[in-house]
Design a protein. Structure first.
Length: 132
């Protein structure tokens, strides 16, 4: 019940970013895409494939190309892990994502998302300066 409530609150935060939100879950629960009803413009959107260095270029789609395409789409909301060290992120894409956040987004909320074995803190960034 706590997980369901936290995910619902997170989805509400994302919906507040735009009438038709464009979401990037850089690090966090990808089920948010289903809850929002919209996916990024690339089949490579699973968060672990984006931020985790060991997953870099394991797909037939180059990771940096997929992230660049998502950033060009101008997300209106971005989800990141609060406490994940940037030095441990995929350095081919981390500067793109965090640069976009720094230039366009404001922290809307930090949510505790209980999962099976852990609770993760996620930051929900809304990007009102991201017209499409």
């Amino acid at each position: 019940a706590a997980s369901r409530a936290a995910m619902a609150a997170t989805a509400t935060d994302i919906r507040s970013s735009s009438e038709n939100p464009r979401l990037l879950v850089y690090a966090g629960p990808v089920d948010l895409y289903r809850q929002i009803g919209r996916y990024p413009p690339t089949p490579l959107y699973y968060a672990l494939h984006l931020y985790f260095p060991a997953e870099h270029n394991v797909s037939h789609i180059p990771t940096a190309d997929a992230v660049a395409r998502i950033i060009a789409w101008r997300p209106t909301a971005v989800v990141t892990y609060r406490d994940y060290p940037r030095r441990d992120e995929n350095q081919a894409v981390s500067p793109m994502v965090h640069g976009y956040i720094a230039a366009n987004c404001q922290l809307k909320a930090t949510r505790r998302l209980p999962e099976v074995y852990a609770v993760h803190l996620v930051d929900i960034w809304v990007c009102p300066a991201s017209p499409r």
